[in-house]
Design a protein around this ligand. Structure first.
Ligand code: PBG
Length: 325
């Protein structure tokens, strides 16, 4: 019998050999922690659908920002939950709005040691829950929304943000934000563009996390899960409009998209390991159905292997701490 002719198992024989030949790393700097801050929270509020994740108040936000930075995470992505919402999301452009205050706090605390990013979208701030303002007939008004995004970007830049993360999937949003920032003297503020963001059921727990007011769906602006070419077009447009990093979201169901985008652009590509991906693992682990730590590392390794330079994940601090040990 002439088989086997080759023995790939030689490279898997010992932990030391496996470590030597591993092709993919997961390092603290490759992880970005999303954080929620709520305007009227006296105490941090648990999020039932995301066990272990909370809506912070300004004090607890500062503390976890320090904890994450000490663990070596690459960045923080801030989301604000205002006490009052209105039709145009005016809390988003108010310098004293909760998200802008949180940016100031976090930049003052850890701004020298990590990258402070903020979600740039209106959905947390509008009473109808859409990512943009509405026309009289109730559809999302793309171009009117762009003007507000540009204003929101400047407000975040004035608060000291290093990177803005436009996540609303409006056409031309990256270009409009770049132009707004440059005109206001913020040429150095980077744009992490949610380039290929799908209308996904895996954002479900996030909607609770931000007390979303949305009824209906976002299918007129977020992408159809059936489409891949469209993601390449969105990524190309964002790079042409000035995106410094493009992101694919969600991650796990879209690793093919991530790999394809990685092959077509010449900027870093990020991926968002979203709320539903987090909650599935946490729920299965709580039921005793899965090895939690192994599932987390396999999740993050898979996303890195598919081509992500860095990953937004609710496990960022925990994993960074365990890697540092
Ligand atoms: C929109 C936004 C969403 C998420 C990040 N930014 C929700 C949405 O588009 O409905 C989802 C993140 C997650 O599910 O973890 N501001």
């Amino acid at each position: 019998m002439g088989y086997p002719t080759e023995r790939p198992r030689r490279l898997r024989r010992t932990p030391a050999m496996r470590r030597l030949v591993a092709e993919t790393t997961v390092e603290p700097r490759e992880l970005v922690l999303p954080l929620f801050v709520r305007e009227d929270a006296a105490e941090p509020q648990p999020i039932a659908s995301m066990p272990g994740v909370v809506q912070h108040n300004r004090d607890s936000l500062r503390k976890v920002a320090v904890e994450a930075t000490t663990a070596g995470v690459g960045g923080l992505m801030l989301f604000g939950i205002p006490a009052h919402k209105d039709a145009t999301g005016s809390g988003a452009v108010d310098p004293d709005g909760i998200l802008n205050q949180a940016i100031r706090d976090v930049v003052a605390e850890v701004g020298g040691d990590t990258v402070v990013m903020a979600d740039l979208c209106l959905d947390e701030f509008t009473d109808h829950g859409h990512c943009g303002v509405l026309t009289p007939d109730g559809s999302v008004d793309n171009d009117a929304t762009l003007r507000i995004y540009a204003e929101m970007a400047v407000a975040q830049a004035e608060a000291g943000v290093h990177t803005v993360g436009p996540s609303g999937m409006m056409d031309g949003q990256v270009g409009a934000i770049r132009e707004g920032l440059d005109r206001a003297g913020f040429a150095d503020v980077a744009i992490l563009a949610y380039a290929a963001k799908y209308a996904s059921a895996f954002f479900g727990p996030f909607r609770e996390a931000v007390d979303s007011s949305l009824r209906g769906d976002r299918k007129t602006y977020q992408q159809d899960p059936a489409n891949a070419l469209e993601a390449l077009r969105e990524a190309r447009l964002d790079v042409e409009e000035g995106a410094d990093v493009v992101m694919v979201k969600p991650a796990l169901g879209y690793l093919d998209i991530l790999a394809a985008v990685r092959d077509t652009v010449d900027v870093p590509v990020a991926a968002y390991n979203v709320s539903g991906e987090y909650s599935m693992v946490e729920a299965a682990a709580a039921a005793g159905w899965i090895n939690r730590e192994a599932a987390i590392m396999e999740t993050l390794t898979s996303i890195r292997r598919a081509g992500a330079s860095f990953i937004l994940t609710y496990w960022a601090t925990e994993v960074a701490q365990s890697l540092g040990r």
